[in-house]
Design a binder for this molecule. Structure first.
Ligand code: PEP
Length: 250
């Protein structure tokens, strides 16, 4: 059991509008008070300026959903870590399963993006997780360890600065949550791997759970010894639900 502050990060995915974002953030700021955990929202890139302004001086940090591994140049459609930094971005999701699945992101690419974030003072939230087929074939441990090993290989001792998110792909957006015991068993594996790479710093690395976490199941998941917070998709778009999850993280 560790004593670090938990992190609750919302992943808005490709949702929102200027009007909807403003209403959501206003409701969050009205209800959030002084949270016991760290809170962030990872928003679509076009809304970074809006959110930087809305969240200014608040206890909610700004996050991005992806970044380029490259520092600048001819990479149409990409955003560099330095550009995100210009908007006060503190966290960036890296290697979300939707990017691995729909954009062909590889373990090596995810490791390079992690390095770009770290080099620019942005905390990467590095996602790992197995598909349903991989779980059913008994390959969960092998898959998540391979994904994390690539990040460790490229980033060495700097991995003490990352956040890891265990997101079983079969639980994302499906309403099927990993049981607290199942999630804890994978988190413990990841913790052991981090321990091997970062020695005593491993205990301070936050490992979030993500995959249909909601207001009803958050407290039980967050009570597990190696679950240090949550990466929340759908439920982060509903202020009362997200606020309840934040309240459960202490
Ligand atoms: C996610 O997108 O990272 C996620 C966990 O989504 P959901 O909470 O909707 O399953």
């Amino acid at each position: 059991m560790t004593t670090k502050k938990k992190l609750i990060a919302g992943n808005w995915k490709m949702n929102g509008s200027l009007a909807a974002n403003e209403a959501l953030v206003k409701a969050l700021l009205q209800g959030v008070g002084t949270p016991a955990c760290e809170v962030a929202v990872c928003v679509p890139a076009p809304y970074l300026a809006q959110l930087q302004s809305l969240l200014s001086g608040s206890p909610i940090a700004l996050g991005a959903q992806d970044l380029s591994a490259q520092p600048q140049g001819a990479f149409t459609g990409e955003q560099s870590a330095a550009m995100l930094k210009d908007f006060g971005v503190r966290f960036a999701i890296v290697g979300h399963s939707e990017r691995r699945q729909y954009h062909g992101e590889t373990d090596e690419g995810v490791a390079a993006k992690t390095a770009a974030a770290l080099a620019n003072g942005i905390t990467p939230i590095v996602c790992v997780g197995e598909t349903l087929a991989e779980r059913e074939a008994g390959h969960t441990a092998e898959v998540v360890k391979r994904q994390l090993a690539a990040v460790i290989h490229v980033n060495g001792h700097c991995i003490s600065e990352i956040v890891v998110a265990y997101e079983p792909v079969w639980a994302i957006g499906t309403g099927k949550t990993a049981t607290p015991e199942l999630a804890q068993s994978v988190h413990a594996l990841l913790r052991a791997q981090l321990h091997h790479a970062a020695d005593e710093h491993a205990a301070g690395i936050r490992i979030l759970y993500g995959g249909s976490m909601n207001a009803a199941n958050a407290a039980e998941l967050l009570a597990q010894p190696d679950i240090d917070g949550g990466l929340i998709g759908g439920a982060s778009l509903k202020a009362p639900d997200f606020l309840q999850i934040i309240a459960a993280a202490r």
